[in-house]
Design a protein around this ligand. Structure first.
Ligand SMILES: *[C@@H]1O[C@H](CO)[C@@H](O)[C@H](O)[C@H]1NC(C)=O
Ligand SMILES: *[C@@H]1O[C@H](CO)[C@@H](O)[C@H](O)[C@H]1NC(C)=O
Length: 254
């Protein structure tokens, strides 16, 4: 929406009217677009702004999700009840998954929500992760930490053919969906997704494929339709190329 020509007071009023309209039209759907994430300790790197919502009669979570939806680049927010504040982030997830060491700088919120993170995700920060090669500063631990925000918090292989990365799900799983948060463009191209019972993915079954290229800083969902069970999920790319992403989520079949 372009309302740049108006004074800032009018813009603020328009924003709040939009917010109330959005909430009344979408009702509970606004809130359900965002899932609660496991942690609430967030570093400032991807903070867009903090906002104290005007009194609209909505609870804080609903007000924050509506404001996030009306704010360009916002895909993650946290709320702080004591001050009635929403913190908006330009990140898919800015809280690391279970198993990550908590950092000492940042803010502890009451709760955080993302439009990307799926509560059914079974990847943890410390899920065993192997790969063909890795570029020096794009450490492998960034592939499964839940954090999809600023550089270099993503994983990239070296420039070779037959590159792969593999997550050990640590239990036999039927995979319904694989969701990737991409980082660089042209880093997931014609990529096969393979499920196997051992780390030797040559013995596994192909359960999906990314045909063509994926755009930078976006999310890409591979619906596998798989009825096959396996423990290791492998991303495999034949072409001579880097291969990498900011984060991966694996959603099992119910
Ligand atoms: C893994 O093992 C189970 C049980 O033997 C089998 O049903 C399944 O098809 C195997 N999965 C793959 C990907 O080979
Ligand atoms: C999943 O099923 C849909 C509908 O049958 C099909 O179009 C799609 O290609 C399938 N995806 C895979 C990875 O097999």
């Amino acid at each position: 929406m372009n309302y740049a020509g108006f004074s800032s007071a009018v813009r603020t009023l328009v924003f709040w009217v939009l917010l109330v309209l959005l909430d009344s039209v979408m009702g509970g759907q606004v809130t359900s677009l965002f899932s609660k994430v496991g942690g609430s300790f967030v570093e400032k790197e991807c903070l867009l702004s903090t906002v104290v919502p005007a009194t609209t009669g909505m609870d804080l979570r609903r007000a924050c999700s509506s404001i996030c939806m009306l704010t360009a680049s916002c895909s993650f927010f946290c709320s702080l009840t004591s001050t009635g504040t929403c913190a908006l982030f330009k990140a898919f997830v800015a809280v690391r998954w279970q198993g990550h060491q908590v950092s000492t700088t940042g803010t502890k919120y009451d709760a955080c929500y993302t439009s990307w993170g799926d509560p059914r995700d079974i990847v943890k920060t410390n899920s065993p992760f192997t790969y063909s090669t890795a570029l020096t500063i794009y450490y492998p631990q960034f592939a499964t930490d839940g954090y999809a925000c600023v550089a270099p918090a993503y994983f990239v292989t070296g420039l070779y053919t037959n590159s792969f990365s593999q997550i050990d799900l640590q239990q036999t799983t039927r995979v319904q969906k694989v969701i990737a948060a991409t980082a660089w463009p042209r880093h997931i191209i014609d990529m096969d997704v393979i499920l196997s019972n051992t780390s030797d993915f040559n013995l596994g079954q192909k359960i999906g494929r990314v045909v063509g290229d994926t755009p930078a800083w976006s999310t890409y969902t591979i619906v596998t339709n798989s009825s096959v069970a396996g423990r290791y999920i492998t991303f495999y790319q034949i072409a001579m190329n880097h291969h990498g992403y900011a984060d991966i989520q694996i959603i099992p079949q119910p």
